[in-house]
Design a protein around this ligand. Structure first.
Ligand SMILES: Nc1ncnc2c1ncn2[C@@H]1O[C@H](COP(=O)(O)OP(=O)(O)OP(=O)(O)O)[C@@H](O)[C@H]1O
Ligand SMILES: [Mg+2]
Length: 221
C-alpha cells in the first residue's frame, strides 16, 4: 500500500482544551516498506496509526491510500477498505474471550462473506502458519501472551491484507515472544505486505527498514 500524508492534524473533541494530538505530519510510505514509529508516551503514535488504518479521521491535512484521497471515500468504502486491505494487531490482542482461536480467526472471514467450509479451512491453515496447530479450540485465557498475539496475527491475515498496522504488538510480551512476533512481521513484510509498527523497543525499531520518530505530535527530522 502506498500511504501519503501531508500536514495531518488531529484535535480530539473533548480533549484538554483542544491541545492537538497531531500537529502537522507529512510522510510517504511506499508499498512493501517496513516502518517503525517511535516516540515518547502521548506523542501521538496510536492516533497516527488509527488515522492511517481508517479507524479515526484527522482534523486537517491530506491523506491518500494507494493514490485515493480518503476524504472522498464513503463510510462503506472506508469499512470495506479496512476489512479487505488492512490487518490490525494491538498490544492487548483484542481477541474475543468467549471464542476459540479458530473462531477468532474466522470472524473477519465471516464478515467478508466466506462460506462455512472455506472459513474453516482457511482459519485452520492460518493457525498452522503461526505455529498454533493443536490449539485451535483453546480460548484466549488458555493461551500464553505470545500465543494470543499469534492468534491475533492469524486473524489480521485472514483477508490477505496489503497493509499491517501493529500498535505495540510486543508491549505485553517477554523478550523471547517479542522476537518471534517481530520475526513473523519481518517474514510477512518479505512477502510484500507493508508493515507499520509502533514500538518502544529500540532493538525492534532498529530492525525495521525505516524509523519515523515522533515528538509532541510532530515527526522529528
Ligand atoms: N480518545 C481520545 N480523546 C481525547 N484525547 C485523546 C484520545 N486519545 C488520545 N488522546 C490524547 O492525544 C495525545 C496522543 O495520544 P496517543 O494515544 O496517540 O499517544 P501514544 O504516542 O500512542 O502514547 P502511548 O505510547 O502511551 O501509547 C495524548 O495527549 C492523549 O491524551
Ligand atoms: Mg499508543
Amino acid at each position: 500500500m502506498s500511504i501519503k500524508c501531508s500536514e495531518l492534524t488531529k484535535v480530539y473533541e473533548g480533549g484538554h482544551s483542544g491541545w492537538p494530538a497531531l500537529r502537522g505530519i507529512s510522510f510517504h510510505i511506499k508499498p512493501g516498506e517496513f516502518v517503525a514509529v517511535t516516540g515518547p508516551s502521548g506523542c501521538g503514535k496510536s492516533t497516527l496509526l488509527n488515522i492511517i488504518g481508517l479507524l479515526d479521521e484527522p482534523s486537517g491535512g491530506k491523506y491518500s491510500l494507494n493514490g485515493r484521497n480518503v476524504f472522498t471515500l464513503s463510510d462503506l468504502e472506508r469499512s470495506d477498505t479496512r476489512r479487505d486491505e488492512i490487518g490490525f494487531i494491538f498490544q492487548s490482542f483484542h481477541l474475543l474471550n468467549r471464542l476459540s482461536s479458530v473462531e477468532n480467526v474466522a470472524l473477519p472471514l465471516m464478515y467478508a462473506g466466506a462460506g462455512r467450509a472455506e472459513m474453516h479451512e482457511r482459519a485452520h491453515a492460518l493457525l498452522r502458519r503461526v505455529g498454533l496447530h493443536g490449539k485451535e479450540k483453546k480460548i484466549p485465557l488458555e493461551l500464553s501472551g505470545g500465543e494470543r498475539q499469534r492468534v491475533a496475527i492469524a486473524r489480521a491475515l485472514a483477508n490477505s491484507p496489503k497493509l499491517i498496522l501493529a500498535d505495540e504488538p510486543t508491549g505485553n510480551l517477554d523478550s523471547a515472544s517479542s522476537k518471534e512476533i517481530m520475526q513473523m512481521l519481518t517474514d510477512l513484510n518479505a512477502e510484500g505486505i507493508t508493515v507499520i509498527m509502533v514500538t518502544h523497543d529500540k532493538e525492534l525499531a532498529a530492525r525495521a527498514g525505516r524509523n519515523l520518530r515522533m515528538r509532541d505530535g510532530r515527526l522529528e527530522p
